[in-house]
Design a protein around this ligand. Sequence first.
Ligand SMILES: NC(=O)c1ccc[n+]([C@@H]2O[C@H](COP(=O)([O-])OP(=O)(O)OC[C@H]3O[C@@H](n4cnc5c(N)ncnc54)[C@H](O)[C@@H]3O)[C@@H](O)[C@H]2O)c1
Length: 264
Amino acid sequence: MPAENQTDALRRALVTGAAGGLGREVAIQLARRGCAVAVTDINGEGLAETVRLISETGARTESIVGDFTLEGAPEAAVTKVVERWGGIDILVNNAGYGVIEPFLDATFRAWTRTLALNVTALAMACKAAGRIMRDQRSGRIVNITSPGSRMALPDYTAYTASKAGVDSITRAAAVALAPYGVLVNSLAPGMMDTEMQRSTEVDLARANGRNDLQAFLDERTRRIPLGRRAEIAEVAEAVVWLCLDAPDYMTAERLNMSGGLDKD
Ligand SMILES: NC(=O)c1ccc[n+]([C@@H]2O[C@H](COP(=O)([O-])OP(=O)(O)OC[C@H]3O[C@@H](n4cnc5c(N)ncnc54)[C@H](O)[C@@H]3O)[C@@H](O)[C@H]2O)c1
């Protein structure tokens, strides 16, 4: 299929894990800023709603439903964007998976599933988009990490280890792509009340023998220096800033949007 538009002004974006939560909000905000936005997720129903919301902004959009952990899936998603719009200017690696599992009960299944999405698929997406951006001599990649990547969380180690992997890939990709003017940064959101966060905290309460869920959640919120959880929209604003507005000299950076939870 011939490329529809190759003008410099058009920002062509791919957002992973965009069927809900942070990914959907980032996709909508990018669309409102005039980007053409391709979205991908394993959840087709949620993704269809995201596409509907993007279309309401008048932006162009493309839906890619599928399991991002399958071999070749990240590369195929990037190829689809390039075939459709002639290039790719923005990649937001937002898709994520995590499961509560006490360290001494760790399972192969949980670890492989977590690392397959959060680390391997993310690295393959950075590679695939990075190659196109290298040839374009422009582009921005934003990887979603977590304050957990620097914490000792024995009930959530596969996830925290995977996000430490995200930090590592971000630094390596930033250096690999720096000679071509391509920027790679990451963003660590604080606690946002998304589906993923809610089910994780329910499981965490159970693992800690807590039946008083609301009290447990309130205790966790009180640990945040700003004293409240993050709004999805404000975290998305920071992601979009990295994608569109951050200065050209900023790369290999990790931006904390955690209300002071992550202070390192
Ligand atoms: N919610 C928080 O408090 C919080 C805090 C820190 C970091 N994060 C990170 O933010 C990102 C977005 O999470 P969220 O909170 O919006 O949760 P979410 O569950 O709404 O988003 C994750 C998305 O990834 C998709 N996904 C899962 N497995 C997939 C697969 N194999 N292939 C394709 N898509 C798949 C899910 O369907 C979902 O739409 C994640 O990387 C998460 O680790 C979230």
